[in-house]
Design a binder for this molecule. Structure first.
Ligand code: ACM
Length: 636
């Protein structure tokens, strides 16, 4: 019997924590099991660590050392004589409970021990330990605080899912190598282990492919615009195409190594046959459409008509031509270099939102359909996907695609990333595909986090409390097919790394917990109390986060007298709301919201702000009465 279980049996703990119900320890993601014992460990000024110092452990030790010394001014030495204060130990005999990424963390009054089967487990044990120390441990500079303590605990922890991903779209806006590293640094604190890089799209091709130089000479650059992406004026021929960038092979190798040292795999995505305008603008012969010779990489102007839903009607042909052999030669070159650069066993080849309206009028596609006996445009894409899968497999890799490829009849060997809700993931798992759940319903980080009057406007909203409901393993499927859970950050409206952080946190906390912590009763109040502690940590690390969860929610209707009625709600408990209709800025001396408001007939603006006690929490919301009127007529 393991020591841990003996302890629980014979020395009943003060507190056993099998689900996220702990009010005092602010761990994200919540661990599988936590026993809070009496007493605290006090960090000594001279910290001795017992550990081997291998290359694989270098980041584990570097992070531990940096966190314990930079803010404190204390020193760390290595001591392998058994007299250390912190022990990092790889199990001689594998503990099957812990698997490859689990760990046991024991904090006693005089020492700390982290044990794991594999190096990744030690890395996660250190991440948890850092979260147990005061938040100032995150400081990049010396802080004047003595007597750092960490509560005595016994933690046994391991992930629910082996794929805990964040997708970063570096195509719509380019993010430098340094920014991608910064993103990795933030994600590993929450035990994410997979970075999906969306490397190609209509707005940019971001990876050097030797022998296809135009992909990066032409395909990586567009015209810089700001504002509401998707509705920009079409660029004129004289506007410089100097906005963008790409990663060289050396850059990719550096990123892969940086990620690997932090136990993160990188999944590359080459999104075809749709979303391919950057490739087509570079090599127009890949298109079915002769006018492609005039195409340019998209700069945010309208190229799709979504008014009739998905797939969209393309206003120009942003697809690779499935009937063109040159396309498969091109993909063979691309995939062989991608396969060599990224050691991860999967390559994501997109497959989403491919428009077919140009294919429908292409003679070569009709001939392909006759020759291959293809009955529909789905079957045309299916033919394409099967050819792509052969190419991917020929490089020793497995194919992953967005869930549209299911409708194209791909084989169960294709792994599916379910994005249009959970249902395609469920269908795929029932048909024995490997599945990663990244549904818009819970995990789309490009969606707005609060009311569109304060957030950069996108077509949908996904609040933190909805993300927190995410349960990636549905009851109706065999869990062995659910490989992972992932949140996706598309960057059409994300122009810089600060905004990327804002969109990722705190929703990334909720997805991290959905991917790591065992399925069980969700406790939103407890989760949010932990989130608030992590807001303080993000402030110290100067990582941007969205405070949107503190903003009020507006619900509007007309009553039977046709009066405009506004109901105000909050996403979290314990906030008061103060409001004004008189164009001034409310504070906690203003009228407090207690019941639905009747909008005065001449009012032009409703301003609302949330407080906790005397402290303003949300942002000042400026809601035009005209907007309320518009919403009330939509709600009819
Ligand atoms: C997607 O969001 N189009 C995969």
């Amino acid at each position: 019997m393991k020591l841990f279980y003996c302890l629980i049996l014979f020395f009943p703990p003060l507190f056993i924590y099998a689900q996220p119900n702990n009010k005092t320890l602010n761990l994200i993601p919540a661990p599988v099991s936590l026993v809070r014992n009496t007493g605290n460990f006090t960090l000594p000024q001279k910290i001795a660590i017992q550990s081997t110092q291998t290359a694989e452990r270098s980041q584990t030790l570097a992070i531990l050392k940096e966190r314990l010394t930079v803010p404190t001014g204390y020193s760390v030495t290595y001591d392998n004589t058994g007299k250390a204060t912190i022990f990092l130990i790889l199990n001689q005999k594998q503990d099957s409970l812990l698997g490859n990424e689990g760990y046991q963390l024991s904090v006693e009054t005089d020492k700390i021990t982290i044990r794991a089967n594999q190096e990744a487990g030690l890395f996660y044990g250190v991440q948890t330990l850092v979260q147990l120390f005061p938040k100032e441990i995150e400081s990049k500079t010396l802080v004047n605080q003595a007597n750092w303590q960490c509560p005595c605990v016994e933690i046994t922890d391991y992930p629910k899912l082996s794929w805990r991903g964040l997708m970063f779209d570096v195509s719509r806006h380019f993010f430098t190598k340094t920014e991608v590293k910064q993103y990795i640094d933030a994600m590993v604190r929450y035990k994410y282990n997979l970075l999906h890089l969306h490397l190609t799209d209509d707005e940019g091709w971001r990876i050097e492919i030797k022998g296809l130089p135009k992909l990066t000479e032409i395909g990586a650059w567009n015209v810089k615009r700001t504002g509401y992406f998707g509705s920009f004026l079409p660029p004129t021929p004289d506007e410089p195409r100097d906005y963008g960038g790409y990663y060289t092979h050396e850059d990719i190798k550096e990123l892969v190594a940086y990620a690997k040292a932090r136990f993160v795999d990188i999944l590359p995505e080459i999104d075809v046959p749709g979303h391919s305008l950057a490739a087509v603008a570079s090599y127009p012969e890949l298109s079915c459409t002769p006018e492609a010779v005039n195409y340019k990489v998209r700069s945010g102007e309208k190229i799709m008509d979504w008014s009739r839903g998905a797939p969209p009607i393309a206003l120009l042909d942003n697809t690779l031509c499935p009937a063109n052999e040159k396309v498969y030669d091109f993909l063979d070159k691309v995939v062989s270099q991608v396969a060599a650069l990224f050691p991860f066993p999967y390559i994501h080849m997109g497959g989403d939102e491919a428009s077919v309206n140009y294919w429908q009028k292409t003679e070569a596609i009709s001939q392909l359909m006759t020759r291959e006996n293809l009955k529909s445009m789905h079957e045309v894409q299916g033919y394409f996907e099967r050819r792509v899968e052969k190419i991917v497999q020929s490089k020793g890799k497995k194919l992953m695609g967005w869930d549209e490829v299911l409708e194209c009849g791909v084989k169960p060997t294709t792994a599916i990333m379910s994005w249009r809700g959970m249902k395609y993931g469920i269908e795929a798992a029932k048909n024995k595909h490997e599945v990663v759940m990244s549904p818009t319903t819970y995990a789309y980080l490009d969606f707005m986090q609060a009311d569109e009057i304060t957030e950069p406007k996108v077509y949908a909203t996904l609040r933190l409390n909805k993300c927190y409901e995410f349960e990636p393993i549905p009851d109706s499927v065999d869990s062995k097919y659910i490989k992972g859970a992932q949140a996706n950050l598309w960057t059409e409206q994300v122009y810089n790394i600060r905004q990327a952080e804002y969109m990722t946190w705190p929703r990334g906390f909720a997805i991290a917990e959905a991917a790591w912590t065992p399925k069980g009763a969700k406790d939103w109040v407890n989760f949010f109390s932990r989130v608030e502690e992590h807001f303080k940590r993000l402030e110290i690390t100067e990582t941007k986060y969205a405070p949107s969860v503190y903003d009020p929610i507006f619900v509007v209707r007309r009553n039977s007298d046709k009066k405009l009625i506004v109901e105000l709600k909050t996403e979290i408990e314990g906030l008061d709301m103060y409001y004004s209709f008189d164009n001034s800025f409310p504070d906690h001396y203003y009228p407090k919201y207690t019941q639905p408001l009747v909008v005065p007939i001449d009012a032009s603006i409703l301003r609302v702000i949330t407080y906790r006690g005397k402290k303003p929490m949300g942002r000042m919301m400026h809601m035009p009465v005209e907007e309320l009127k518009k919403r009330s007529s939509k709600n009819k």
